[in-house]
Write a new protein. Structure first.
Ligand code: KIV
Ligand code: ZN
Length: 517
């Protein structure tokens, strides 16, 4: 049996559908490029029929990504599959992933159909998808709770209809590892044409067993794992990519399988996804948590000093966590920054050194020492500014303390115009947000606001994360500055720019509709 396990990343589909605020096209593209660089084989970029924004981002990802195959999701209906074909056709090769539920509870309660109808819909959908591509994946949703006879029957029919990958999801994270491994084993033993397709698994983490179940499936013969960065996804999330990748690397001899993952890209990709998705990582999370390589007890520290393999089964460097932490100051030259970025895993072509150096000097002047985390935060901030923005905050003055009210005055660029506004509020952020609201013609509501420390030490950078609701949709934005009020202002402006992009996409879609009569 083939000993490469295909890594199918669904961060941008299953992961994204669980976020409070959807990602912009630019953010999805950034994640897709990071995932491509991580070495995943297949990127599930979205669900094109679900919204014009999703269609557009799937298309952009399919156009841009070259070293991974891009895939999109469709229910087992022609309109969904057509949308996948339309969005993906800009790529030379692509995959269409179509699915339908197969468990009794889903078939009877959700679909209100019989199993024969479901099987017929699956066959039709696969045949239709094959008209666009010869790479078609079929998923039996809720396979973990599907009677085994029905599961084997539909897997056989799907392969006969032309599915080249058949996915067996544990959609509700219900099974135990030996039980799920047993299901995969039975599928291999009972489906006569099983050798004509790759068997995939897609495990959710409701009982904390997504990774264990995926590995049990691999031991039973599955050769594709569907997973997400940091395990994000519906409810308790999906199988975590970094965990399965490091299991197959660390226990390769025992398991006898490998992946194409560039393990040293793990830490960086994980940070990017956590930032962009506004999903903090728990400190004790395996592989990428901030404590994953910290040793606290005296006995452990003593062991580590004698030999690191006493308490570390893999090194932090093997997942891309830099060993040395060098403190940089305004006296550090450009070449030092370039060298430091290289040790953090960034090639010179990944960023504009002149731009980063300019921001670095400004920060070093404000806070003295600049640490690795600060540099990465600055780079992250620059990357978010790559898009042309409709709004930008040019000046900001806030006064608070002592009195009853805080006051804020702002100058805002709104397209080609400059707008000046002032407002009072019950605190500096409230005053600032009221002034911005007066300056823009957008009815929004702030639904979540968080400030966190980015970078190192008491004088690290402040990062504001914001979620605003607009016309029934949530938009996420962030801002980074040494001053938390400024960071808060930038976060709101970021949200407003994301709203403005969503408006443009909706308008283009409307115009197209009108043009097509
Ligand atoms: O969890 C699930 O079953 C899914 C399918 C669409 C593969 O996400
Ligand atoms: Zn899922």
């Amino acid at each position: 049996m083939e000993n490469q396990v295909i890594i199918f990343d669904t961060t941008l589909r299953d992961g994204e559908q669980a976020l409070t605020a959807s990602l912009s096209v630019h953010e999805k593209l950034q994640i897709a490029l990071a995932i491509e660089r991580l070495g995943v084989d297949i990127i599930e970029a979205g669900f094109p029929v679900s919204s014009p924004g999703d269609f557009h981002s799937v298309q952009e990802i399919a156009r841009t990504v070259k070293n991974a195959r891009v895939c999109a999701l469709a229910r087992a209906v022609e309109a969904d599959i057509q949308a996948c074909g339309d969005a993906l056709s800009v790529a030379e090769q692509f995959r269409i992933h179509t699915f339908i539920s197969t468990s009794d509870v889903h078939v009877q309660q959700k679909l209100r159909k019989g199993f024969d109808d479901v099987e017929a819909m699956a066959i039709n959908a696969i045949k239709f998808a094959r008209k666009f591509t010869d790479d078609v994946e079929f998923s039996c949703e809720d396979a973990g709770r599907t009677p085994i006879d029905n599961l084997c029957r539909i897997v056989e029919s799907a392969i006969k209809a032309g599915a080249t990958t058949v996915n067996i999801p544990d959609t509700v994270g219900y099974t135990l590892p030996n039980e799920f491994g047993g299901i995969i084993q039975q599928v291999f033993n009972r489906v006569p044409n099983i050798d004509q397709a790759v068997i995939s698994v897609h495990c959710h983490n409701d009982l904390g067993m997504a990774v264990a179940n995926s590995m049990a499936a691999v031991q039973a013969g599955a050769r594709q794992i569907e997973c997400t960065i940091n395990g994000i996804g519906e409810r308790a999330g999906n199988c975590s990519l970094e965990e399965v990748a490091m299991i197959m690397k660390t226990r390769q001899e025992f398991l006898g399988v490998h992946t194409n993952i560039n393990h040293q890209e793990i830490a960086r990709t994980s940070k990017l996804v956590s930032q962009l998705c506004n999903m903090p990582i728990q400190p004790n999370k395996a592989i990428v948590g901030s404590n994953a390589f910290s040793h606290s007890s005296g006995i452990h520290q003593d062991g580590m000093l004698k030999a690191s393999n006493t308490y570390e089964i893999m090194t932090p460097e093997s997942v891309g966590i830099a060993k040395t932490k060098l403190n940089l100051t305004s006296r550090s030259g450009r070449h030092v920054i370039k060298h430091r970025m290289e040790s953090l895993g960034y090639k010179e072509t990944d960023y504009d050194l002149a731009e980063l150096y300019k921001d670095f000097l400004a920060l070093a002047d404000k806070k003295g020492q600049v640490f690795d985390d600060d540099l990465e935060a600055l780079l992250f901030n620059i990357q978010q500014q790559d898009e042309k923005d409709f709004y930008s905050l040019e000046t900001l003055n806030v006064q608070s303390g002592g009195g009853e009210f805080a006051t804020a005055s702002i100058k805002l660029a709104v397209g080609e115009q400059k707008v000046i506004e002032a407002a009072t509020g019950n605190g500096p952020v409230d005053a600032l947000y009221r002034a911005i609201k007066q300056a823009v013609d957008v009815e929004f509501e702030v639904t979540d606001y968080k400030i966190s420390n980015k970078g190192s030490g008491e004088d690290g950078l402040g990062q504001a994360h914001l979620v605003v609701a607009w016309q029934g949709r949530n938009f996420h934005g962030y801002g980074l500055a040494t001053d938390v009020i400024e960071a808060s202002g930038q976060a709101l402006i970021h949200c407003l720019n994301n709203i403005s992009r969503a408006q443009t996409i909706a308008e283009i879609k409307e115009q197209k509709k009108e043009a097509n009569g």
